[in-house]
Design a protein around this ligand. Structure first.
Ligand code: PPY
Length: 270
């Protein structure tokens, strides 16, 4: 069985930097669904994908993969993200990067390069490859990608200090446990007090939520799934069905919603 870790390529992406805290046997893919496919097929043992950023919020492609694939979160990695603007020189009129990176630098780009065309590409490092080939293109990426061809035109160009991204590690089987649990709930309709009932399950047990995010269910407008992260795991309490254990929380949520999907209990790695 392979020990390889799949992540977003080419070499030098922030996802690559996150994956290096797990190992250095890496395989690169062009996008989050491609990484999930590779994990599901068994081409790689695990996959590292970005899930949320402190400036720009959720990475929707990852939230969707968490619902659509039969995979588990087995770890998380938080990486500081400090972007540089890289180009041959200042004679560029296009800025290419991953859409999350362009969004994290939106204010800077509007103020400093209002006429530049913004081009979304599959990753920050893919943007640097374009910038290397074409002097009309600049990239937003980690400054370590500068070389003899593209230099750092400007550094720390993100719109807020303390920019960081949380990555999750995906695998075919759940981890043994960990301090945080992620689930997805699908209410299957709306009614007064629905969210109150869902949140009440956590409040009644004194369980701290660390995140709640809605995504369209893709069934119809106004129909949502909720991604919920909370402190605790399957073995909180003396056994998993003790008050506050994850299984007991999932059972209690089941009373209020159409379905609940357990995504994993895991620790921070790296
Ligand atoms: O394109 C990359 O380098 C990625 O890994 C995705 C990303 C983009 C911007 C911030 C964090 C992760």
């Amino acid at each position: 069985m392979t020990d390889e870790i799949g992540t977003l390529g080419p070499a030098g992406t922030y996802s690559h930097r996150a994956a290096l805290s797990l190992g250095d046997d890496l395989r690169f893919y062009d996008g989050v669904p491609e990484i999930a496919d590779a994990v599901e097929r068994g081409d790689v043992n695990s996959g590292v994908v970005p899930v949320e950023n402190s400036i720009e919020g959720s990475v929707n492609a990852t939230l969707d993969v968490l619902v659509e694939y039969d995979l588990y979160i087995v770890g998380e990695v938080v990486v500081d993200v400090e972007h540089a603007l890289l180009a041959h020189d200042d004679g560029f009129n296009v800025v290419a990067s991953h859409p999350q990176a362009l969004a994290q630098c939106r204010g800077y780009l509007r103020d400093s390069y209002p006429d530049a065309e913004l081009r979304s590409v599959s990753s920050t490092a893919a943007g640097v490859e374009e910038a290397r080939e074409d002097p009309a293109v600049a990239a937003i990426a980690h400054p370590s990608l500068a070389d003899d061809t593209v230099r750092v035109i400007d550094d720390s160009v993100q719109d807020a200090d303390g920019n960081s991204t949380r990555f999750v590690v995906l695998a075919r089987e759940p981890a043994d446990g960990g301090d945080k649990t992620s689930i997805v709930v699908y209410p299957g309709g709306d009614r007064p007090g629905l969210l109150y009932d869902i949140l009440g399950v956590f409040k009644e047990r004194g369980v701290n939520l660390t995140r709640i995010e809605s995504r369209p269910s893709k069934r119809e407008l106004g129909d949502y799934v909720f991604h919920i992260d909370f402190e605790g795991n399957r073995t909180s309490g003396a056994d998993s069905h003790d008050e506050g254990g994850t299984d007991e929380i999932l059972d209690a949520l089941d009373e209020h919603v159409d379905w609940v999907e357990f995504l994993g209990s895991y620790d921070r790695v790296g």
